[in-house]
Design a protein around this ligand. Sequence first.
Ligand code: SPV
Ligand code: MN
Length: 631
Amino acid sequence: MENVLGYLKEKLGKEHFSRIKKIKNAAVHEFIARYVELCNPASVYVCTDSEEDLEYVRKKALENKEEALLSNPNHTIHFDNYYDQGRDKEGTRFLLPKGTDLGPEINSSEREQGLKEIHEILKGIMEGRELFVTFFCLGPNHSEFSIPAIQLTDSSYVAHNEDLLYRGGYLEFLELKEGEEFFKFVHSQGELQEAGLGLKVSKNLGKRRVYMDLEDKIIYSTNTQYGGNTIGLKKLAMRLAMRKADREGWLVEHMLLIGIKGPKGRITYFGGAFPSMCGKTSTAMLEGETIVGDDIAYVRNINSKAMAANAEKGIFGIIDGINTVYDPLQWKILHSDKEVIFSNVLINEGKPYWNDMVIKIPEAGINHSGDWVKGKKDEKGKEIPASHKNARFTFSLDSLENVDKKLHDPQGVELQGIIYGGRDSDTWVPVREAIDWEHGITLGGASLESETTAATLGCEGLREFNPMSNLDFLSIPIGKYIKNNLEFSKKLEKKPKIFSVNYFLKDKEGKWLNHKNDKHVWLKWMELRAYNEVNTIKTPIGLLPKYLDLKELFKEVLGKDYSKEDYEKQFKIRVPENLAKVERILQIYRTRVKDTPKELFLILEKQKKLLEETKEKYGEYISPEKFADYA
Ligand code: SPV
Ligand code: MN
């Protein structure tokens, strides 16, 4: 296009053109003009960070029937197509030049071909619709963490979500200099069809695509509405950010950030990576502690300290199972006058209901399948639950009373610890500290697995490999990603300690060995460990808590007696299971990961040998106290 500004002026009209023109960056103008021309919307609305624009987007989401109002005037419901209820793993692809790939675990397509295909899909896709141009800032504004990003979308639902989830970035763009980097997202929900409550959902799922062009830093998403596929700033931006971090020597992690209160009012910050359904959100939301983030953390070395910031400022969280007893903080927001978008829950008389919310759920209503009654079956004869397992809520962290004061701190928070947690019925103890950073990364993060639950796959106990819980979001080869993690600590003055947790240990009869609330004790123990204020027992699987320290913490934190018997059952070192795990992980890296760092193999091999020696000397199942003097 020869005359970019001329084209925009004509297409956008005076007011909206002036908003774009104020941004003194030709690449921004070109990007917007190119996709306005290709998608050909009837009109373009350029959002600044003003309250008026936020209100406009809210209003449009209702008018366009992407959301409907609930009886609470600050709550809305959105439905996704019955077959558009989660991330489309198959359709999500990196577009890479011929002959290159990111390894067998990461989906990709040939770039030229992929770009051609997606541009064909986008051609005229917004005809008759309004296009929203929105500007955001990933990470705190005006900080070392900040990454400016533009989202183009014809979905007011997507724009509305992003307003709740991300920091406004229009001002950031006004200061953007020529040549400075920014991320770009183009989304169209495509043609729509009617669903429950007269809401409109994406129709052409056969043309659902999420294509990621790393070279031009543009991500395209079409014919889908589900947030994980469309909210560009979330998991899509994460891939671009990881490339940037790889170039610049920092980390992009699929981590919660939490502040744990210690003695004398001190707050100690932890990052935590857990695959889905492993307790991530419930850890981030621990009552009495403070939350910085629940999903995506940027971790940078600032003045030789590991500083972390939340890329986001809101939560797009799973609503299934949220109840008053275990999730009082979330429950409160979901029943308050704060702004909430619900998706794919059951609606009855203007109220939202979801599975396992403990209070009684109505036996009829409207959900993601349309009119619903208990026992309704889908086309495949499968019973449709009241709400989808992946039904979600969106709200801003600022709505929470336990939001941490440093959420928007341009310096981030200093990490004292990193936690890796999987779903594991028989191997890992409930909490342990790694003997050093490299062990923690290798035997914790890079060895993370999660057992599938019966509800999701129909067969229980399959272990899925998910290094740092980041496998789905890697945009660099796995080995390189692990190497970056190993290297990161080398230039730090004080390295965060690395912990592993497992909330899902069971006994031989299949009974849980821990109560849901026990995690709070493990967190408080880690808080003390950050300053070496309690001792540990050095065992072949790492540093374990001492019984008496835990007993004291159980009393203090939960008002409970913690028996020696429980400690022995939970913290006994299960040598055969640990050995099997090390062997399994070694095998995965040998066969599935071409660029595994040597150091990782060395640590795993050494661990294997140590476990074998331990088995010979002490047997298969060993009390940690056997190692009180172990060196
Ligand atoms: C996850 O699945 O890890 C999420 C939700 O946080 S999504 O946005 O779908 O990625
Ligand atoms: Mn996530």
